[in-house]
Design a protein around this ligand. Structure first.
Ligand code: ZN
Length: 109
């Protein structure tokens, strides 16, 4: 009888993917993180005013990129307005999100 692999077992580190823009000293380290160049998308954002419930509209930049850690690839979303806030989604989740947003916007006149 063999034991099943524990969930989320650490995979051995892999060489840099073709999109990696990083420089790593130790490829064998389990926690090496491969990151792509960020793609910055300028845009307009509505946010809650810090003084109350008035919505402020301003320009923003959203940066997206790929990150691979422990053999898993993720999509990273960050905003210049919230430097410490980012969202990291799986590739499948990002694709589902893109399809949902496209379907939602297709219904607009
Ligand atoms: Zn790398």
């Amino acid at each position: 009888m063999s034991w099943p692999d524990p969930p989320r077992a650490l995979k051995p580190s892999s060489p840099c993917p073709s999109w990696c823009a990083g420089e790593h000293e130790d490829h064998a380290a389990a926690d090496v993180s491969h990151r792509s160049e960020g793609i910055t998308v300028p845009g307009v954002e509505r946010s809650l005013h810090p003084n109350g419930d008035i919505h402020a509209i301003g320009v923003t930049e959203i940066t997206i990129g790929l990150e691979q850690t422990r053999g898993e690839t993720w999509v990273w979303f960050g905003s210049d307005q919230f430097a410490r806030q980012s969202t990291v989604l799986s590739i499948e989740t990002t694709k589902r999100l893109m399809r949902a947003v496209t379907a939602l916007l297709d219904d607009l006149p």
